[in-house]
Design a protein around this ligand. Sequence first.
Ligand SMILES: NC(=O)c1ccc[n+]([C@@H]2O[C@H](COP(=O)([O-])OP(=O)(O)OC[C@H]3O[C@@H](n4cnc5c(N)ncnc54)[C@H](OP(=O)(O)O)[C@@H]3O)[C@@H](O)[C@H]2O)c1
Length: 272
Amino acid sequence: MLGQDFTAWASPRHEIVPLDLPEVDITDADAVGRYAASAKPEAVIHAAAFTAVDECERRPEVAFAINAEGTRNVARATRLAGIPMLYISTDYIFDGEKPAPYVETDSPNPMGVYGRSKLEGERHVRELLEAYWIVRTSWLFGPYGKNFVGTILERARAGATLRVVNDQLGSPTYTVHLAAALEQILARGEYGVYHATNQGSCSWFEFAQAIVREAGMDESMVAPIPTSASGRLAPRPRNSRLANTHLEQQGLGLLPPWQEGLRCYLLRERSG
Ligand SMILES: NC(=O)c1ccc[n+]([C@@H]2O[C@H](COP(=O)([O-])OP(=O)(O)OC[C@H]3O[C@@H](n4cnc5c(N)ncnc54)[C@H](OP(=O)(O)O)[C@@H]3O)[C@@H](O)[C@H]2O)c1
């Protein structure tokens, strides 16, 4: 999702070489090295990951092979080729116990396999590279690929009652807004760890209500449930809010409120 959205966003101004399976598998160190050496880009944006959070609990060896070892392969290849790397990471590296939004310097403590494997990816980036950005984001939705907004719309249009958790808070983030922020971070060139999300926060239940309402349907079809009733395998942080402190300090401008991201998504969906 994010890779395609970034490509669509930035292509008019930059030459982008999008890579995905099956052209390059990041668990194949030689293949990654060959691409980095031959393409010689100005920077590598690494957004490939095993992102199915519950599936990561079932197949931890795959999660670590892709999210941790795959990231190490990308970091090694970019170091050898002398190219800076931007690694996309996640709110799930935090345990959600902090009562306020997490800042970039807060200590990570992931609750599940997905978060642990992504944090291991971060560790490889920090240890192997000097020229890197780690950009943590959350609750992505965008025009390409399966996402929460698309799923809620599909189920609501089918007339289903939607039971959605009301005790996990975070910031839904529109991939096109995030793509614009990534472009700015790259252009500024100031390395480090960034949190980049749409502004404001809500629970998944409130997000689902807003999706249904904005799409012109009756929001009473969305019912709140606690996480304990969700039947999901992976533990998830109850507080996923990320303070975008570094973006603000760099004067790069913050992303718009998540409600605006949702409106942009729906507008685009309507216009086909
Ligand atoms: N989605 C979210 O809510 C969210 C929140 C915070 C952070 N993030 C992070 O944001 C980044 C982008 O997420 P996304 O939602 O755009 O994920 P996505 O839609 O699942 O895209 C991930 C891409 O990585 C590819 N991939 C998987 N294994 C690979 C491998 N071994 N080699 C090369 N490519 C491989 C996938 O290919 P296939 O489809 O063929 O498997 C897919 O195209 C990830 O780093 C993720 O951890 C996501």
